[in-house]
Write a protein that binds this ligand. Structure first.
Ligand SMILES: [Zn+2]
Ligand SMILES: [Zn+2]
Length: 441
């Protein structure tokens, strides 16, 4: 589709909202870096800070710096430090550190060179310091480039922070194609998650009258024919397939910016990933790529929807009264998760009453059959694209995965398929079944 027409213009939508994506440029081309000096000039930015980690500095940031220096810009680099010997984390500690360095440089523009974490850190710091930023992407690994959201850990808790999208998203195909294959696979998994997140979104619209935009949902649906054509081609490094994926990632992020929430691209399938991230430190585990974790969550969501679709008449159950403090362990985690869960508990009686109406339940089943994909289909796509489809491939133990599955409903107040599965009695009992059937090999 012609995505350029969506950029930087005002769109009066039938949903009643006026949509605006304040991104001036999107460019996926070998000469995309040449656009940076002009973009800087448009913002009257002479002094520029380029943020990268030591890997993306070598891969691309030094070329960005060269391009700017040649055009007489005053440019400094900021190398984001690794966390505990691993790639940087997007957390409050790192963000504060970066803000200090930025204050010393006093730039008029920030440029992120990297993928998920670097983009998020730069977006966050730019927002807090009221500076414009643009991103030069180095992998097709997640859909956050064009979104206004930052997925961060604050006091150890995974939160979504509302910031501002970049003024441009640029990428050189040669760099994106040469990124580690698992990063591309992760981006694919994060993209197909939206079948499930859209199902959650429509159900929230039905049950809570949550805002829903058909135009935006249609944009996302229209992308499928391009990036879903042959997932195995991503694994083979096919140029056209990777380009289609990168555009889909860009537009999914832009859709979140349009709507103003993460609803179009993040639902119950994301909770497994967030829960694994939040407990990584206390479990003494590393972080796996967001998209790869989301891939497993997407299979789980698809199976839960399938099981909901098979129920004749739902027998409603109560969800646990409280969060499991022994699982979250750390005081701050317990406090934040508890607040989220209490928020959810408040509206559950009203939801139970609605779902007990057979007509409403059948409407939910209809949404599930229209929007959600079959778990086998999701798994097949993921496997073809080279993404993880089992806890072993992710590097996670069965026990840790199961515990995350049984606690992921506690961490967000928003209603998802996971809560629905608890209310109709599918969870907690089906956790072992789902892991054995879908996530073991
Ligand atoms: Zn995601
Ligand atoms: Zn709309």
């Amino acid at each position: 589709m012609d995505y350029k027409k969506l950029l930087n213009c005002q769109l009066e939508c039938q949903c009643g909202q006026s949509h605006h994506i304040p991104i001036e440029d999107f460019c996926y081309a070998e000469d995309s870096l040449q656009k940076i000096p002009q973009l800087a000039k448009n913002k009257n930015a002479h002094k520029i800070s380029v943020m990268a980690d030591k890997r993306t500095f070598e891969i691309c940031a030094k070329d960005v710096i060269c391009e700017l220096s040649q055009n007489k810009h005053n440019v400094q680099d900021i190398i984001i430090p690794d966390t505990n010997g691993e790639e940087p984390q997007c957390d409050d500690i790192t963000c504060n550190l970066l803000k200090e360095q930025i204050s010393q440089n006093q730039p008029q523009l920030l440029i992120a060179v990297g993928s998920g974490t670097i983009n998020d850190l730069c977006k966050w710091a730019a927002f807090e310091m009221n500076l414009p930023y643009l991103v030069v992407a180095t992998a097709a690994s997640m859909n956050g480039y064009a979104s206004a959201n930052v997925g961060a850990k604050v006091n150890g808790v995974k939160v979504i922070i509302r910031a501002r999208p970049p003024l441009a998203v640029l990428a050189k195909p040669a760099i994106i194609e040469n990124a580690p294959a698992e990063m591309t696979a992760a981006g694919f998994a994060d993209t197909i998650a939206k079948f499930q997140s859209t199902a959650d979104w429509v159900i929230n619209n039905l049950l809570f009258d949550e805002y829903f935009c058909h135009y935006c949902a249609n944009i996302l649906e229209g992308l499928q024919v391009h990036y879903l054509k042959q997932p195995q081609k991503l694994r083979q490094g096919d140029k056209e397939a990777i380009k289609a994926l990168f555009e889909a990632l860009f537009l999914t992020g832009a859709a979140m910016t349009m709507i103003g929430t993460s609803a179009p691209a993040s639902g119950g399938e994301h909770l497994l990933s967030h829960t694994l991230d939040m407990t990584a430190n206390i479990d003494n585990q590393g972080h796996w790529l967001h998209g790869l974790q989301v891939g497993l969550g997407t299979i789980v969501s698809a199976e839960l929807y399938q099981m909901i679709g098979e129920i004749d008449k739902p027998k409603l159950h109560d969800m646990p009264d409280n969060i499991d403090q022994k699982y979250w362990r750390e005081d701050l985690l317990i406090k934040t998760v508890d607040r989220q869960y209490k928020g959810k508990k408040e509206y559950l009686p009203q939801i139970k009453e609605k779902i007990s109406n057979q007509a409403v339940f059948e409407q939910i089943q209809q949404i599930a059959s229209q929007r959600s994909k079959a778990p086998g289909q999701i798994k097949d796509w993921l496997r073809k694209a080279g993404a993880a489809v089992s806890y072993k491939e992710l590097g996670c133990s069965r026990q840790r995965l199961k515990r995350a599955m049984l606690h992921m409903h506690e961490m967000r107040s928003r209603f998802t398929v996971v809560d629905l599965a608890w209310l109709v009695g599918i969870l907690p009992n089906a956790a072992d079944y789902i892991i054995d059937k879908w996530l073991t090999d």
